[in-house]
Design a protein around this ligand. Structure first.
Ligand SMILES: Cc1cc2nc3c(=O)[nH]c(=O)nc-3n(C[C@H](O)[C@H](O)[C@H](O)COP(=O)(O)OP(=O)(O)OC[C@H]3O[C@@H](n4cnc5c(N)ncnc54)[C@H](O)[C@@H]3O)c2cc1C
Length: 468
């Protein structure tokens, strides 16, 4: 009998109601996330598999579980729907996955204060549908809305497609309940605003399951928009597109959708008159009067930068297909190594970062395409979401091409003063670059990790390694 089996017996007797799975397909399904490099590793024969999956039904069970994990020094890995793309979930036989899927209810909606209380394992689509039925929205629409949970959004600091109007997940989370190692339940209540010391919910946001388990979340919500309008434009260059968005943000407009595709991505995504040019998608939503004025003001700025009006169809078509997902497993099977990498930078270096990453990336041996789009804009700067794909003869070669593409993109982003992750997080794929990104602050994060998780039981291997 393994150590884990003995410890699981103890868990069974102390929490008899807890669902514990130790065999069957569930173990393989919940052992890893969506990470492409992990897929290539599995194709190359390197398997990841956890020792057990547990499914708590409520906060009390999560608390008992983390008390047991601390006592027995058993590593536990929170799991939403496994759509993370950075390898934050990559388990081993001695680890236990905490599958949050039974804690999946919309608890309450406060129509007057515009808040929603929800359990962390609720799928994003179910949550938005439940809000829509009440005439509300959270305004958070990641491409993976059908594949991810609200708890996963908070644990990774996610961003949705309408972020320029509604903000990112950190702008939406008002309060939360978290269970920390040892089983203590911490409640950070929702407030319209507070000046009560550091905002501790931010400690857990983006912690990727390494500091605690979210067991309840309170989000800001909005009445559904009165009107939405979209328009597309072709642009003479990526620089002209970046300038358009910079000026729109500087003027104080916040259209929900601000997307700029380089010519390569525009060519494979849209059928428009000006082929071979970058394309902007713009969509405003909110009170009808605001939408009309915002669309006209943005139109004037884009046209002044050389933009040509391409009508509403490309935006409608994108709205219809925006959550379609390529069959990555099939592409890997056909000898393609691929991924997406999102970074962010100030407006003064955005266009330079865009061209340096794409121009250098395409030089990598076997690379077939290296392209990008901007999809989240701020007054100070924007993200770039790069996509690369290369032809390889084996999974091992796929890993080599993959690592070169990532090394190149991370290096150029740091050299130009950008941030290495806009919304997918760190996981395992970016861990080696985090010390450079955080500088001295890396020690603060390590100290917090040691204080909250002295036995290192929470998702070891993800985000940060802490020396004993
Ligand atoms: C096709 C595709 C498109 C995507 N598009 C977007 C996008 O538009 N925007 C975006 O931001 N991301 C996107 N992602 C990435 C992914 O969907 C997000 O990172 C998402 O937030 C992960 O949610 P999940 O529930 O699947 O979490 P998981 O992958 O299960 O877990 C992610 C991390 O969160 C931790 N975790 C999960 N639940 C909890 C909890 N209750 N408490 C503590 N820690 C927890 C896990 O331990 C892990 O470290 C995309 C992914 C795919 C595959």
């Amino acid at each position: 009998m393994s150590n884990l089996d003995k410890n699981l017996d103890r868990l069974r007797s102390s929490v008899p109601s807890l669902e514990i799975i130790t065999e069957g397909d569930t173990l393989a399904e919940k052992s890893h996330d969506w990470w492409v490099r992990g897929r290539l590793q599995r194709k190359a024969g390197q398997l990841t598999r956890c020792g057990a999956v547990v499914r708590p039904a409520d906060t009390a069970e999560v608390s008992a579980l983390l008390a047991w994990a601390q006592e027995t020094a058993t590593a536990v890995v929170p799991f939403g729907l496994g759509s993370g793309v950075c390898g934050a979930v990559q388990t081993t036989q001695d680890q236990v996955v905490i599958d949050m899927s039974r804690m999946n209810k919309l608890v309450s909606v406060n129509d007057k204060s515009l808040t929603a209380t929800v359990q962390p394992g609720m799928c994003g689509r179910d949550y938005e549908d439940a809000l829509a039925a009440k005439g509300m929205t959270m305004g958070h629409f990641p491409q993976s809305i059908d594949l991810s949970t609200v708890g996963g959004w908070c644990a990774t600091r996610a961003a949705g497609q309408l972020s320029t109007r509604y903000g990112n997940i950190e702008d939406m989370l008002l309060g939360c309940e978290v269970v920390i190692p040892g089983g203590k339940v911490i409640r950070i209540p929702e407030k319209a605003r507070a000046a009560t010391g550091p905002d501790l919910k931010h400690l857990f946001m983006g912690s990727e399951g390494t500091l605690g388990v979210f067991t309840e979340l309170v989000f800001r919500i909005h009445p559904a928009a009165q009107l939405a309008k979209g328009r597309a434009y072709s642009l003479p260059s990526v620089e002209a597109g970046c300038e358009s968005f910079r000026k729109i943000m500087r003027a104080g407009w916040t259209p929900a959708v601000t997307r700029l595709y380089d010519a390569q991505e525009a060519g494979r995504t849209f059928t428009i008159a000006s082929e071979g040019q970058p394309v902007i998608l713009l969509r405003s939503e909110g009170p009808a009067a605001l939408v009309e004025v915002e669309m006209q003001a943005c139109h004037d700025i884009i046209v002044a930068e050389g933009g040509q009006d391409q009508g509403e169809d490309p935006v409608d078509s994108w709205m219809g297909h925006r959550n379609s997902i390529p069959d990555v497993e099939d592409l890997i099977g056909k000898g393609i190594s691929l991924d997406t990498i999102e970074v962010a930078i100030g407006w003064d270096r955005l266009a330079e970062l865009f061209s340096k990453v794409c121009e250098g990336g395409i030089q990598i041996d076997g690379m077939l395409g290296f392209s990008g789009h901007v999809s989240h804009c701020y007054t100070q700067g924007a993200n770039i979401y790069f996509t690369f794909a290369g032809s390889v003869a084996s999974p091992e070669e796929g890993i080599t091409l993959y690592d070169r593409a990532w090394n190149h993109t991370m290096q150029v982003t740091h050299d130009l003063g950008g941030t290495i992750a806009h919304h997918h997080g760190i996981g395992r794929v970016r861990k080696q670059w985090l010390p450079k990104e955080l500088g001295e602050a890396q020690d603060v994060l390590a100290t917090l990790k040691r204080a909250l998780d002295p036995k290192g039981i929470m998702n070891p291997g993800a985000l940060i390694d802490v020396d004993d």
